[in-house]
Design a protein around this ligand. Structure first.
Ligand code: A3P
Length: 343
């Protein structure tokens, strides 16, 4: 557990214009010289995009659907964040260095801040993007298939999960409120400005998502969307399984779908962050897994699942929504990225 003195360290510092937590910046040389290995799998996300969810999915696949094995360690201590630093505890790099081969690691870093060794063993030549129309038409495919298969075998894998900007922004606001290791977000209106200006921890959502999307053809990147996992978990879990080179029976995949549902993970102390001390995450302010409940409509006919896509509508004013859409258009102009805003 963190000591209260350490947990009050809420100031952000910057690396190349990207705000990060101060202990991470203070440990930057260790992070930048981290040695990636060709058989690493790096889970990459902008904060609040479903990191915990994909982490549990990957872990369950890795453990062949063995629930007990996945429950041996709390989720926040499973794959380390390579940029994690909170001295005197071992840093993310220290932890990763002690792991046996075929490591699964995590990061929230944007592409330009990733330790350079991650790119070193990758596809030797950048694959030229096919014509832009084709690129736009290509629906959320796993472009790692374009890499030379032999090179693929000897390069790290990146599993990126993106979540639509508005829900991500709302989720991050509530996380900022309850986190005792991040600055006070202020009011929703104040936070709105901080977020769109990319002044939150780990920087701009727009640049992060665009950065990873733009290189997806050149490296072994499986680019997934939170909303797709929500809509069709089985299909997306199968993509992850294939990407990890695993081949599990359908009944195990079905079990993984069930065990990684919102309800299950919200009630599982190993995944719902309830073990994190209040001095770090105060879940009485906002629970880590905020949304999701089963609602029986008044006529009793429709047992529906209310999940975590579209909650932004409960936070954005009409004016904020219009402004956000305008900014979004400018910042995302030219990308073929296409997000689902509600289910
Ligand atoms: P909300 O704050 O909208 O509830 P991260 O793990 O990257 O910090 O992301 C946390 C967000 O993912 C939270 O969103 C959380 O509820 C959501 N989440 C976690 N597990 C989930 C699951 N099994 N299904 C759907 N959403 C999940």
């Amino acid at each position: 557990a963190l000591t209260p003195e350490l947990s009050r360290q809420t100031k952000l510092k910057e690396v190349a214009g990207i705000p990060l937590q101060a202990p991470t910046v203070d440990n930057w040389s260790q992070i930048q010289t981290f040695k990636a290995k060709p058989d690493d799998l790096l889970i990459c996300t902008y904060p609040k995009s479903g990191t915990t969810w994909i982490q549990e999915i990957v872990d369950m696949i890795e453990q062949n659907g063995d629930v007990e094995k996945c429950r041996q360690v709390i989720i926040q201590q499973r794959p380390p964040y390579i940029e994690w630093a909170r001295p005197p505890q071992a840093s993310g790099v220290d932890k990763a260095n002690e792991m046996p081969a075929s490591r699964i690691l995590r990061t929230h870093l944007p592409t330009q801040l990733l330790p350079p060794s991650f790119w070193a063993n990758n596809c030797k030549e950048a694959v030229e993007l096919s014509n832009p129309q084709e690129d736009a038409a290509r629906t959320r495919t796993q472009n790692f298939a374009l890499c030379d298969p032999l090179t693929r075998l000897s390069s790290p894998k990146f599993l990126y999960v993106a979540r639509n900007a508005k829900d991500c922004m709302v989720s991050y606001y509530h996380f900022y409120r309850m986190s005792q290791v991040l600055p006070d977000p202020g009011t929703w209106n104040e936070y709105f400005e901080t977020f769109i200006n990319g002044k939150v921890s780990w920087g701009s959502w727009f640049d992060h998502v665009k950065g990873w999307w733009e290189i997806r053809d050149r490296y072994q990147i499986l680019f997934l969307f939170y909303e797709d996992i929500k809509k069709n978990p089985k299909q997306e879990i199968q993509k992850v399984m294939q990407f990890m080179g695993k081949n599990l029976d359908e009944e195990i995949v079905d079990k993984i779908v069930q065990e990684t549902s919102f309800e299950k993970m919200k009630n599982n102390p190993m995944t719902n962050h309830s073990t994190v001390p209040k001095s770090v995450l105060d879940q009485s302010i906002s629970p880590f897994m905020r949304k999701g409940w089963f609602g029986l409509f008044l006529d009793g006919t429709n047992l529906d699942y209310h999940g975590t896509v579209g909650d932004w509508k409960n936070h954005f004013t009409v004016a904020q929504n219009e402004r956000f859409d305008e900014i979004y258009k400018q910042k995302m102009c030219g990308t073929s990225l296409n997000f689902c805003m509600e289910l």
